[in-house]
Design a protein around this ligand. Structure first.
Ligand code: ADP
Ligand code: ADP
Length: 209
């Protein structure tokens, strides 16, 4: 049973590493960003409400995110452990999480801001299966198409420059204070998120030993 939280700024590679780690450990990858985008795509009332915040790069209100997370964590496949990516993002969410489930490790992805802007501007994703690519560092085999299902890749609206700036500011202001919280609890493992996907993968694994 592993209950792992990945913490770090937008573009640090949390989603990329979470998928690898979850597959490897045989546990679920749980991304609140993916859950919210799926709800928005389905056009549920929660999804429609969340969508306006996401487009601007602002945090979706805590109560909405908590509702969607609680539901997902209650599913049978989440009972054997999870890699949680994108939650918590502020101190209130960290307290809510502690009330729902114990956490074993928090892995913090440390990376300079300049690298984030570069990674985010080149990020593309598959609207069908959620696979994430990078035009420079993780290109698809056929330009513009998902390797798995051939769907035309898209750029997330919140990866445009204005929204990226807002997200980085929100991260600094709301999310960074979580480092101290988890450090004090003795749960924080810090890894450098620079370098190749394989290099970061190796550091994450080493940090979990
Ligand atoms: P996050 O979930 O933290 O926002 P992603 O996993 O979506 O980050 O990665 C952001 C972008 O950077 C994507 O385009 C991804 O393909 C790319 N990426 C992820 N890890 C690396 C890495 N180690 N080196 C270079 N590019 C990376
Ligand atoms: P990234 O890792 O690139 O920042 P995510 O997919 O984790 O992207 O999040 C995208 C957007 O979804 C956020 O900017 C925010 O609007 C919303 N979101 C995701 N998780 C949360 C959360 N825990 N609390 C509030 N909003 C969230």
């Amino acid at each position: 049973m592993r209950r792992i939280v990945l913490l770090g700024p937008p573009g640090a590679g949390k989603g990329t590493q979470a998928k690898r780690l979850a597959t490897d450990l045989g546990i679920v990858h749980l991304s609140t960003g993916d859950l919210l985008r799926a709800a928005a795509a389905r056009g549920t009332s929660l999804g429609r409400e969340a969508d306006g915040y996401m487009r601007q790069g602002l945090l979706v209100p805590d109560a909405l995110v908590l509702r969607i997370l609680r539901e997902r964590l209650a599913a049978p496949d989440a009972q054997r452990g999870f890699v949680l990516d994108g939650y918590p993002r502020n101190v209130a969410q960290a307290h809510s999480l502690a009330e729902i489930t114990p956490i074993d490790h928090v892995v913090y992805f440390e990376i300079p801001e300049s690298a984030l802007v570069e990674r985010l501007s080149q990020r593309r994703s598959c609207p069908t299966c959620g696979a994430v690519y990078n035009l420079v560092t993780q290109p698809p085999r056929t330009p513009g198409r998902c390797d798995r299902d051939g769907t035309t890749l898209v750029q997330r609206s919140d990866d445009e420059e204005g929204a990226v700036r807002t997200r980085l500011a929100v991260y600094r202001q709301a999310t960074l204070p979580l480092l101290d919280l988890y450090r004090t609890q003795g749960r924080l493992r810090t890894v450098s998120a620079g370098g190749t996907v394989e290099e970061v993968d190796a550091r994450v694994r080493a940090s979990l030993r």
